[in-house]
Ligand binder design. Structure first.
Ligand SMILES: Cc1cc2nc3c(=O)[nH]c(=O)nc-3n(C[C@H](O)[C@H](O)[C@H](O)COP(=O)(O)OP(=O)(O)OC[C@H]3O[C@@H](n4cnc5c(N)ncnc54)[C@H](O)[C@@H]3O)c2cc1C
Length: 428
């Protein structure tokens, strides 16, 4: 009997995991390799960073998620290179041969050529980032409680969030709740409600990818939570003790000890490797420009999906870097692989846009469902429902629901633990 067709999937995020699951029971051998042993529900990561959920609430071991799928092996490993000529994925500690390769390694935030800012302004991409960010936020309040110098105290109690997209707005809203509600009774020397939360955005409005009416609704909700929204402000420097922003033609320094980064998109380095090794074309964010069937030109056996891909065939613009395109593309390429095995073809990939949701705090969100635009309570209920629906693959859906219910009634954020202090800026 000939060897089964070998499908290697790099990345067990929304795209890669959906592809693997759609290949269930197919007569082929699937290997899913990820550098983490978990699938992460990134839309709820900010809740770990702000102490309302624990890491295990928003992630599930890939091995467990795929345990019943007999044709699939999960490997913990980091892909460092792709040898397209010999159909091999090179790992930091080995190699994998493939007949079909699905690359779904995603993208992360970027510092616009200033990687040195990262040490002062951490971003949010994985569980380590979220627990480190949680530590920084909580440590700032701890330091403030012990600070006697008024200027230094103000810097500890000033939080700057860079980027007012959904992640930045969600972080700012959650910080507003922490300052005004959660920590209200916890300190003796400081009044947490005096915390300054400044959300800095380069364009002219918060949530710039949403319709203007929802951006305005989001701005009002943020202001209600004590957040100052600074639009038209570009960050030009980040240091341990402050941020410089340029507004119009003048610079302004904001003294702060806590800067959180939620701006920019930089595709996984495997995009550049595919361009060198397989001639893939890249866009400015180093995303791979894909063919209508998500493969790369000249390599029908290599697919690139999710945040790492630039699919512009439908509207002339790349699809947004959110979970739905990644999920739908994962589903599509798996169906295409199955069809090819049967000697069949599929029509090109077509994205079905279900709309976008962002939450700004307790009972406050915006929803752009294309045919309906909502803000406030109704949008928040949809947000809760959708997030619980999509986290369905984890047994902890019930736990998340209970935790949210508790948080809603009590403002309690009992996951506000400082761990891994060696990465934090203060040695208390
Ligand atoms: C903080 C945050 C909040 C978000 N909120 C929302 C939201 O509310 N709604 C929404 O729709 N979208 C949201 N997104 C975007 C959404 O999460 C992404 O669009 C989606 O995860 C993209 O899926 P993907 O499969 O392309 O990549 P990812 O889900 O990022 O998965 C990539 C996987 O590849 C692995 N990997 C990377 N490099 C390697 C390597 N070299 N070797 C092995 N494994 C590797 C990673 O460990 C990861 O598991 C958010 C993103 C972030 C960061």
């Amino acid at each position: 009997m000939p060897d089964p067709h070998k499908v290697v999937i790099i990345g067990g995020g929304f795209g890669g995991l959906t592809a693997a699951q759609t290949l269930k029971n197919a007569p082929l051998q699937v290997t899913l390799v990820d550098r983490h042993n978990y699938h992460l529900f990134q839309p709820l990561l900010y809740q770990v960073a702000t102490g309302s959920l624990s890491p295990a609430n928003v992630a599930g071991p890939l091995r467990q998620v795929l345990r019943k799928q007999k044709n699939t092996q999960v490997l913990l490993g980091e892909a460092t290179h792709i040898d397209a000529a010999n159909r091999r994925v090179i790992l930091s500690d080995g190699a994998l041969d493939y007949d079909t390769l699905i690359v779904a390694t995603g993208a992360k935030h970027q510092y616009f050529g200033h990687d040195e800012w990262e040490q002062f302004a951490p971003g949010l991409k994985n569980l380590d980032d979220a627990t480190a960010m949680r530590g920084r936020i909580l440590l700032a309040f701890e330091a403030a409680e012990r600070e006697r110098d008024a200027k230094k105290l103000r810097a500890w109690m000033t939080f700057v969030i860079v980027g007012a997209g959904p992640t930045g707005a969600e972080l700012a809203g959650a910080l507003g709740e922490i300052a005004h509600d959660t920590l209200r009774h916890d300190f003796r020397a400081i009044d947490p409600s005096q915390t300054r939360i400044i959300l800095v955005e380069g364009t002219d409005r918060a949530l710039p990818s949403y319709p203007p009416v929802l951006s305005e609704a989001a701005r009002r909700m943020l202001v209600r939570l004590g957040v100052t929204v600074r639009t038209g402000a570009m960050v030009t420097d980040v240091r341990a003790d402050g941020v410089t922003i340029r507004v119009g033609d003048h610079d302004e320094i904001i003294p702060t000890r806590t800067v959180l980064w939620a701006a920019g998109v930089l595709a996984s380095p495997l995009g550049v490797i595919l361009s060198q090794e397989a001639g893939a074309k890249l866009d400015r964010a180093c995303r791979v420009i894909v063919e209508p069937d998500m493969s790369i030109a000249g390599h029908a056996e290599i697919f690139v999906i999710g945040d790492l891909s630039n699919f512009s065939h439908q509207t002339g613009q790349p699809l947004p870097g959110v979970a739905q395109p990644a999920i739908q593309q994962g589903h599509y390429v798996a169906k295409l692989v199955r069809a090819r095995l049967r000697g069949q073809k599929l029509p090109p990939f077509h994205y079905f846009d279900k709309g976008n949701l962002a939450t700004i705090g307790r009972g406050a969100a915006v929803a752009d469902l294309n045919w309906l635009r909502l803000s406030g309570w109704p949008a928040w209920l949809i947000w809760v429902f959708v997030h619980l629906l999509y986290i369905v693959q984890f047994q902890n859906r019930l736990l998340v629901m209970l935790q949210w219910g508790w948080l809603y009634l009590t403002f309690d954020r009992s996951a506000r633990l400082i761990t891994g202090k060696k990465h934090l800026p203060l040695d208390l």
